[in-house]
Write a protein that binds this ligand. Structure first.
Ligand code: NAP
Length: 372
């Protein structure tokens, strides 16, 4: 039987991403970079090999670039963005891919992959089921590390009406005392809250005021489609845990320096089984820098690999109303294939056990100062 194949559509989520791929772009202004990206055609950028399950199954795939920045994905006419994403999937399909994943904003734009899947020659997934599963696990791992008693905690989900945020609200609620739903569109937020509040096993509220919500929370999960900072250091409670799923990130980098008592962790990174290699197609032998540790990939990439490994060539996760049963099934499939949630990481660096201990100490000291 031939090796099952996948493709995954990637794009830069920041100017730093562009410069990491093409160092010549460093220092050039955003307008120039954006214009060059606008003119660039889609291309197969990365060849992925060496992904192997503990029981010896393998997959091979390609990351195909549809190189627009998040702001461009949101600002350009939707049909043009869809056409670019579909051209990228077409390149993957020609290389033999049997399933396609939508990276970052390619899964956000429009209706969260539904229209793209309708028009695609192969099945499509946003990868959000595994992102949700990994994010919720990471949030509560962070809570345990910081000694936060989840059952007595208030949790905030930023981007609660979204594909990822909506499911995270429902998975977090059984484990906390109170949950606050946050987004910008109040009507959508109110409707969603009306629909789910009675079924949530904890008390809940909603607000469009990010700052007011964050000020109340010990646990925060970010899943917005914002291209700007959303979480600022001044709003965070002492000893808070922030699990960051958004790409680009929602948490201001000022948190890294100004709030040593707060644990920030990227929630959507997975360890890939086997000896995965992410090799640049045009410069053979040169690794593609995902800005992650070795053997690590985003959860949405990992979901696409899992579907290929399990030969589930179907449009698995699409749109905004995510089925929790699928999240649970995907988590089980990922575990069976040998994928595990990666070690903690924040602000482009690993979060070591020593750092976690220092964060706990800083939280204790800050609490003592406030009480004194
Ligand atoms: N780590 C990973 O592996 C991974 C995988 C997939 C996706 N992602 C990232 O996850 C994020 C969410 O993806 P999604 O598919 O769930 O997107 P989505 O369905 O479009 O949802 C986005 C949510 O964010 C809210 N929002 C946007 N701007 C906001 C702001 N400034 N303040 C508060 N809320 C805001 C939106 O509601 P309003 O418009 O009403 O504000 C909506 O609730 C994206 O950043 C995506 O790139 C990460």
């Amino acid at each position: 039987m031939s090796v099952p194949k996948f493709c995954f559509v990637i794009h830069p989520v920041s100017l730093e991403d562009v410069a990491r791929f093409e160092p010549g772009a460093k220092g050039k202004g955003k307008p120039i970079i954006a214009k060059i990206l606008e003119w660039m055609p889609e291309w197969a950028a990365v060849h992925v090999t060496g992904v192997r399950t503990p029981d010896g199954r393998e997959t091979e795939g390609w990351f195909v670039a549809a190189p627009l920045l998040p702001e461009q994905m949101l600002a350009f006419p939707r049909e043009e963005v869809y056409a670019r994403i579909l051209r990228a999937i077409g390149i993957g399909a020609e290389l033999g891919a049997q399933v396609a994943g939508l990276g970052a904003f390619t899964g956000v734009v429009g209706d969260g992959g539904v229209t793209i899947a309708e028009r695609s020659p192969i099945p499509v997934t946003t990868g959000n089921s595994l992102t949700i599963a990994a994010g919720v696990q990471s949030l509560f791992r962070g809570a345990r590390e910081m000694g936060v008693e989840a059952e007595n905690a208030t949790a905030v989900v930023l981007g609660a009406t979204g594909s990822i945020g909506g499911a995270c609200v429902r998975l977090i609620a059984p484990q906390v005392k109170h949950v606050i739903l946050v987004a910008r569109n109040e009507t959508r937020l109110r409707k969603m809250h009306e629909e789910i509040a009675a079924r949530l096993p904890c008390s809940s509220e909603y607000t469009t005021d990010v700052s007011a919500a964050v000020r109340q929370a010990q646990l925060i999960l970010t899943a917005t489609s914002s291209t700007q900072n959303v979480v600022e250091p001044e709003d965070l409670r002492t000893g808070a845990v922030v699990c960051e799923l958004s790409l680009p990130h929602d948490v201001s980098r000022r948190v890294a320096t100004l709030r040593p008592d707060v644990l920030v962790t990227e929630g959507g990174n997975m360890l890939v089984p086997g000896e995965p290699r992410f090799e640049r197609v045009r410069e053979q032998g040169r690794e593609f820098d995902l800005n992650l540790p070795p053997r690590t990939a985003l959860a949405c990439m990992s979901e696409t690999m899992v579907l290929a490994l399990e030969r589930r060539f179907e449009s698995y996760t699409l749109g905004r109303g995510i089925d929790l049963a699928k999240v649970i099934e995907m988590q089980a499939m990922a575990e069976r294939c040998g994928f595990t949630v990666a070690g903690m990481r924040a602000f482009d660096a690993a979060v070591t056990p020593e750092q976690i201990a220092a964060t706990r100490k800083a939280a204790r000291e800050r609490r003592a100062r406030v009480v004194a």
